[in-house]
Design a protein around this ligand. Structure first.
Ligand code: HEC
Ligand SMILES: [Cu+2]
Length: 352
């Protein structure tokens, strides 16, 4: 005979099965983040037990019956020093520990592979350099550091994968990055953790961690035929960029080949590192940091290129190499020089 109804029993079993104090630990950083978290829980518990024990114990020890006349205590330097120094030491440990972890989480290693993420109301779009696109999903291999370069097309969002213990704001107009090394194959939750409008709660998805072999199969099977850089090359031609950036010695714009990751001299006397953010700014607000030795003639492309298109262009400029001139000469013959957007709209252009 059942002591509790089978339905209730089943409910309890299901609940226990799915009950988890912590999401799975599926990234290299997860055990470290959890260690700090457990430390915080531990010192909080010790503090709580201590306070409750003192309040309870002392009120029994000094109850009126035993202690009818209260004695006044005029303070104790030793006691005050103790309860100041011990918590201070604990806070300092937590601070230093947290700061070290923070640097580790926000500083991607040089060998990280890069995936772009565009957030918009209300979905996540991931773009792999090979041209694979995913909506509300992300496929990554185990054992490989992955950096996400993220941007929002509208309002503030936040990209969060609890199983990886990572979360980062996704902001309009600026690239932010986050990185992780997946360790366990499986599927994990992806959330937007910044309230972003009516359907915020549905801005969710699935992160699939594959073994390197399965990941190879996945990338081969879901390619769209064109890599981001190839899309970028098409945009570069159709937007007329090549009319000024053709790599020739007398070109009106600087040679973009190999400019990525280098430092450039700006006309205001300062210098800047050419990273993804610099390239994006250079295309949208050329006057923001004009390069030394060039006239500020580059038109702004604000409002003409979608975030996806900008990613394509950035990826293209990143991958330019010494073959640049040859490729660009081919492009310039394709596009009448100086004429913008006469070519059929490439995929990255903003739809009217
Ligand atoms: C009318 C000529 C002209 C056109 C068209 C033009 N640019 Fe430029 N571009 C320049 C000049 C001149 C500079 C250097 C001065 C400056 O920074 O504004 C420059 C600078 C840049 C830089 C920063 C330099 C560096 O080494 O990173 C980037 C990136 C760039 N352009 C990309 C593009 C892209 C992409 C397009 C097409 C969407 C484009 N440009 C269209 C003239 C042009
Ligand atoms: Cu959102």
């Amino acid at each position: 005979m059942h002591l509790i109804s089978p339905v209730l029993w089943q409910f309890l079993v299901n609940w226990l099965e799915h009950f988890a104090l912590f999401p799975p630990e599926a990234s290299g950083i997860a055990p470290y983040a959890d260690a700090l978290y457990f430390f915080l829980i531990l010192i909080s518990l010790v503090g709580m037990v201590l306070v409750v024990a003192l309040v309870g114990g002392l009120s029994i020890l000094y109850r009126q019956e035993k202690n009818p006349v209260a004695t006044q205590i005029e303070g104790s330097t030793l006691l005050e020093a103790t309860w100041t120094i011990i918590p201070l030491a604990l806070f300092m440990v937590t601070f230093v520990w947290g700061a070290l972890l923070y640097f580790r989480i926000y500083d991607p290693p040089a060998n990280a592979m890069n995936i772009y993420v565009v957030g918009k109301q209300w979905m996540w779009k991931a773009e792999h350099p090979g041209g694979q696109h995913e909506i509300n999903a992300l496929h990554v291999p185990t054992g490989q550091p992955v950096r996400l370069t993220m941007i929002s097309q509208d309002v503030f969002h936040s990209y969060s994968i609890p199983a990886f213990r990572v979360k980062r704001e996704v902001i309009p107009g600026r690239y932010t990055t986050v990185w992780f090394t997946p360790t366990k194959p499986g599927t994990y939750h992806l959330f937007c953790t910044q309230y972003c409008g009516t359907l915020h709660s549905q801005m969710i998805g699935e992160v699939t961690v594959l073994t390197p072999d399965d990941y190879q199969k996945w990338t081969a099977g879901s390619t769209s035929g064109m890599s981001l850089a190839q899309n970028g090359e098409r945009l570069f031609a159709s937007l007329g960029c090549a009319s000024c950036h053709n790599g020739a010695a007398d070109a009106r714009g600087p040679n973009l080949a190999a400019s990525y990751a280098g430092r450039v001299q700006l006309s205001n006397g300062s210098s800047a590192t050419v990273d993804d953010a610099f390239l994006r700014d250079a295309i949208l607000n050329p006057t923001m940091h004009t390069m030394a030795g060039y006239a500020p003639i580059m038109p702004t492309y604000q409002g003409q290129i979608s975030e996806e298109g900008l990613i394509d262009l950035v990826e293209y400029i990143k991958q330019l190499n010494t073959n640049y001139r040859v490729q660009q000469t081919a492009n310039t013959t394709q596009v009448p020089s100086g004429v913008q957007q006469t070519a059929p709209a490439a995929s990255g252009m903003v739809k009217p």
